[in-house]
Design a protein around this ligand. Sequence first.
Ligand SMILES: Cc1cc2nc3c(=O)[nH]c(=O)nc-3n(C[C@H](O)[C@H](O)[C@H](O)COP(=O)(O)OP(=O)(O)OC[C@H]3O[C@@H](n4cnc5c(N)ncnc54)[C@H](O)[C@@H]3O)c2cc1C
Length: 386
Amino acid sequence: MTTLIESEEHKALRSAVAALGKRYGRDYLVRTVAEGKPLTELWSEAGKLGYLGVNLPEAYGGGGGGISELSIVLEELGAAGSPLLMLVVSPAICGTVISRFGTEEQKRTWLPGLADGTRLMAFGITEPDAGSNSHRITTTARRDGADWLLTGRKVFISGVDMADAVLIVGRTEDARTGSLKPCLFIVPTDAGGFHKRPIDMELNAAEKQFELVLDDVRLPADALVGDEDAGLLQLFAGLNPERIMTAAFAIGMGRHALAKAVEYARDRTVWKSPIGAHQAIAHPLAQAHIDLELARLMMQKAARLYDSGDDTGAGEAANMAKYAAGEACVKAVDQAVHTLGGNGLTREFGLASLITAARVARIAPVSREMILNYVSHQTLGLPKSY
Ligand SMILES: Cc1cc2nc3c(=O)[nH]c(=O)nc-3n(C[C@H](O)[C@H](O)[C@H](O)COP(=O)(O)OP(=O)(O)OC[C@H]3O[C@@H](n4cnc5c(N)ncnc54)[C@H](O)[C@@H]3O)c2cc1C
């Protein structure tokens, strides 16, 4: 019988990654972000240790595990204060899509580098006029001889400055019906006609977001990943891991904030006993802990369903896990800041910047409301308003 109690292997992975995270910690992230640099040292070391590609096939340099293992890696790095956001994108979305649907050539070209972290791939679906409604995506690829010409705009694409390529969700025209169908293209960041502009975000993070303009970017025929007629299915194969990994990102951050608050509440004394003895401080922290644990349980369910090949079952669980983790993270960070009083807003204690960072998990990659819509319609069978 499968159990939701973690296996010995998972426990060992968790504590090994936690030890790595502890060696870097929040100070490393804060210092590196202040210098305007990416988290290269941590990324490279995690890559050499096999953590970045733990979900990718062994035949291509990966660890042969799944999203269950990769989510442990991200959660523990986040709990240590130095999450690697690009884990959500490079190995989880791009690595998964290529290993499941790529050609042998695409797998050999990309997977070993994505697994050891020497190459990185960003992911671009969001568009300025589409946002939550990805059915409105207009980035379009048209045939030009054997090549493709890709034109469109994307926004909020993370880590393009660090990436060798972006997996772009575009559309191709159905020759028979003229309707547009979703397709995935590997677009090198040095391709002609590929323009990127950083977006000025109020996030204290090493990973920057970019607006992309794709102006007749010429791509070879083999830039297309998978089957032109099964784009939607392939897309969802990547979006479920993205949701599960965003949950891991949120749970890690929530745990990090909560640990800081608990440490503070144990010591800080302004009356007879430490503030942590007041239930008005203790209970919300206990609730935050419970919410994070519950979110993790749903994340583990989603990861397990996904890794067992149940894409449909994983879809609902991944949405719920992302929702629960985003909400738990926002609440944990809010309560952590409050627990520290004025110190919650000082740079020294480093919690205030998490307020904006935590909101990312509520908005991206799919907002809280779109998940509530999904559950209303798909699970409960309620009618749609839009
Ligand atoms: C830090 C960060 C990193 C990101 N990285 C990436 C990336 O790497 N790649 C990528 O492709 N995208 C990325 N995104 C984009 C992200 O996925 C989008 O911001 C998200 O999908 C929401 O789209 P939007 O911002 O256009 O909001 P909108 O779609 O404009 O929504 C605005 C608000 O309206 C609500 N809303 C919209 N429609 C409905 C409805 N039908 N019912 C109820 N409420 C509704 C939403 O819930 C939201 O609160 C990133 C975003 C952030 C903030």
